[in-house]
Design a protein around this ligand. Structure first.
Ligand code: ATP
Ligand code: MG
Length: 310
């Protein structure tokens, strides 16, 4: 669906937003661009759609070069931009119908498509509302309906869940999964690794306009040395215990915060039972023992040395 090769973009103020980026998006997948604020996600998306020019590289959409005048391609792409853009004087229904009419001229067909989109985002009870009367989450959902009503085969969501309530967030994530099941290819940008973890098939982690790592979630987690993170509440942790714990094989890091002990362990080294045995040996009382698999945040942290979160 998309092939980007060696893309470079420097803004007029000298900020290098995209720095030699290459990637492919395959038909039918949910492709996530995961990166912290300012890593170049929106710049990349806007270049894909020819809304922004670029300095160097190649951008192929549906097999050929994307140009500002590629209207035939644009009708097959839905963009849900990071900034909400709807008409305040039009109702929920009229807004969605307007954006749909840019691509679909048949009025009857449009009625069906508009209602389908509004149902998908859960706005069917708000058809006559004007945007100013909607909460932030509902407004985001309207923005999404406007971007997808014409049933494009490629849909790009640029941080569609920033700053909204959990209910709207779940609605949006479920809606994206439904659109994908119905056949749409999805590109999804986010700096929330939990969301990316939840919905994507393939993840490209970017930072400073470059690829940090890419692959399926499993492939990404295989790239790092961290195997599991153990958290446990221990009463009266002793220095002797900590010393012996740190001496076990593959202990990458131990941190204590009051009673809470966090242990990061390298793959295929120390096992849970070894830690439990050590607690018993030191006759320490413990509670709330949890073993956590690596997250995409751990992948980002290990590969870049910094947290993905704000
Ligand atoms: N129009 C612009 N002019 C100059 N610099 C810009 C412009 N737009 C973005 N930048 C800068 O380019 C870099 C990449 O920005 P971009 O918006 O692509 O990142 P992002 O990953 O989408 O971030 P966010 O998560 O905040 O949306 C940032 O340093 C940003 O400040
Ligand atoms: Mg952005």
């Amino acid at each position: 669906m998309i092939r980007v090769r060696n893309l470079h973009k420097t803004y007029k103020n000298g900020v290098k937003a995209v720095d030699g980026l290459s990637f492919k998006v395959k038909e039918g997948e949910i492709f996530a661009l995961l990166g912290p604020n300012g890593s170049g996600k929106s710049t990349t998306i806007n270049i894909l759609l020819s809304l922004l020019t670029y300095d160097e590289g190649e951008v192929l959409v549906f097999g050929s070069e994307m140009k500002p005048s590629s209207y035939d391609k644009k009708k097959d792409i839905g963009l849900v931009s990071q900034e909400v853009a709807v008409f305040n004087e039009l109702t929920v229904y009229e807004n969605t119908d307007y954006f749909c009419s840019l691509y679909i001229s048949d009025k009857e067909k449009r009625k069906e498509l508009v209602m389908k989109a509004l149902k998908l985002v859960g706005l069917e009870d708000y058809l006559k509302f004007k945007p100013k009367k909607l909460s932030g989450g509902l407004l985001r959902r309207l923005h999404i309906a406007c971007g997808i009503a014409h049933e494009p085969k490629l849909i790009i969501f640029d941080e569609p869940t920033v700053g909204i309530d959990p209910q709207s967030r779940n609605h949006i994530l479920e809606g994206i999964k439904t659109l994908n099941k119905e056949g749409a290819t999805i590109i999804y940008t986010s700096h929330y690794m939990e969301e990316v973890e939840m919905i994507s098939d393939y993840v490209l982690i970017m930072d400073h306009g470059k690829v940090v790592a890419e692959g399926t979630k499993e492939e990404l987690k295989d790239m790092i040395s961290l195997g599991e993170t153990i958290t446990v509440s221990v009463l009266n942790i002793t220095d002797e215990f900590l010393k012996e714990l740190k001496g076990l094989k593959g202990i990458l890091e131990t941190t204590t915060n009051k009673d809470k002990l966090t242990i990061k362990i390298k793959k295929n080294t120390t096992k849970i039972k070894d830690i439990l045995a050590l607690l018993e040996k030191h006759k320490l009382e413990y509670d709330e023992f949890h073993s956590l698999a690596p997250t995409l945040n751990d992948v980002f942290l290990e590969l870049t040395g910094k947290e993905l979160r704000d």
